[in-house]
Design a protein around this ligand. Structure first.
Ligand code: PLP
Ligand code: COI
Length: 349
């Protein structure tokens, strides 16, 4: 399918301070748009970034049929554009689509649209350390009507934002005792917009108490650590790295599985198993809890400086040669094409 390109009349890039980028708050000149109408994805085009018009009865507004992805493009010193495991994002978008009864997007169409967009907005990919181009593909129901059933029309948009770090400063988390992000049989494994909306209230309560994010526990007993609001969670007890298995309730993070592979490659002991809050609290008390960190595309690897649980705060002092720093360096080296990439995760555009 040919992609029509409608270039912007005047680029906004000169208004952007690339030395002071926040996360996801300025947007590149163009976006990729594709419509699902008459039972097929069609009219792929690259158009100037800007508002879209929808009918007030579009089902996205009423029933929340909406999913998204998060990925990044990097530039190496030779100016090559690189993506990290992009097909994994496309496959996960389609896993989310299936669960939310949104028609799946053909992988070749998604990849072609994404690559063309990056070529058109090449100049927007930051080159300064710590910055990259955050890519946000999303699909939502544009079909009309108040009937509570899946829409018959959808839109895929991919837009991008030159971005710096997701967190500014140290990350502290509150381990949740009451609210749940997801439940067995639910949509926690999907990147459905509603999962994030449902997190906002308990996360705001945590922010009001001085924490940055909530670490979710299982909805049934609240005894097991699951994941954080925008990242999977890793816990190091003595020398062993532990992370919860993915499930119906937990997003199968691409950073998470890359870290597990790197741990295996580098003979760092790790366990994928359920871990109780009790075990973490006891390890914190005995000094065996060496580190905790979150992992995700936006957050990269974010060391957790402390956590709160049942009105008590536990600090995690910084340590030398932390696993977080080792994995972060290895990942960034692959993402920026500076190091060996034995699994061919980095894809040149
Ligand atoms: N968990 C949640 C809830 C997320 O939103 C994210 C971010 O995408 C992750 C985990 C990490 O996933 P990934 O490493 O694929 O970005
Ligand atoms: C990502 O890491 O790409 C995410 O999707 C997190 C997002 C909620 C900011």
């Amino acid at each position: 399918m040919d992609i029509k390109i409608q270039p912007i009349k005047e680029s906004k890039i000169s208004q952007v301070d690339f030395n002071d980028l926040k996360f996801g708050s300025v947007f590149s000149d163009h976006m990729f748009v594709c419509d699902y109408v008459d039972g097929k994805w069609q009219n792929p085009s690259i158009v100037p970034y800007g508002p879209i018009t929808l009918d007030p009865s579009a089902k996205i507004f009423h029933y929340g049929q909406s999913i998204f992805e998060g990925m990044k493009a990097y530039k190496d010193t030779e100016g090559n554009i690189l993506l990290f495991r992009p097909l994994d994002n496309c496959k996960r978008l389609n896993i989310s689509a299936k669960r939310m009864v949104i028609p799946e997007i053909p992988e070749d169409l998604f990849m072609k649209g994404l690559k063309e967009l990056l070529k058109v907005d090449n100049a927007w990919i930051p080159t300064n350390e710590g910055s990259s181009l955050y890519i946000r593909p999303f699909m939502f129901a544009t079909g009309e009507g108040f009937h509570a059933s899946p829409a018959d029309e959808y839109k895929l948009i991919i837009c991008t934002a030159p971005s710096g770090a997701y967190f500014s400063g140290k990350v502290t988390v509150l381990i949740e005792e009451k609210y749940a992000r997801s439940a067995n049989g639910g949509v926690g494994f999907a990147k459905a917009g509603g999962n994030y909306a449902a997190q906002f209230y308990p996360t705001q309560l945590a922010i009001d108490k001085g924490y940055n994010q909530v670490v979710w526990t299982d909805d049934n007993t609240h005894e097991y650590i699951e994941e954080a609001g925008a990242m999977n969670v890793f816990i190091r007890i003595n020398d062993t790295l532990i992370t919860s298995p993915t499930s119906d309730r937990i997003l199968d993070g691409i950073t998470r599985k890359s870290i597990l592979q790197l741990a295996e490659d580098n003979k760092i002991p790790f366990e994928v198993r359920k871990i109780t809050v009790k075990e973490v609290v006891e390890a914190a008390k005995s000094g065996e809890l060496k580190e905790m960190f979150g992992a995700g595309t936006a957050a990269v690897i974010s060391p957790i400086a402390g956590f709160g649980y049942k009105e008590t705060d536990y600090d995690l002092p910084e340590i030398e040669n932390s696993y977080a720093s080792i994995f972060k360096e290895k990942l960034l080296n692959i993402q920026y094409n500076r190091g060996e990439d034995i699994h061919n995760w980095s894809v040149k555009v």
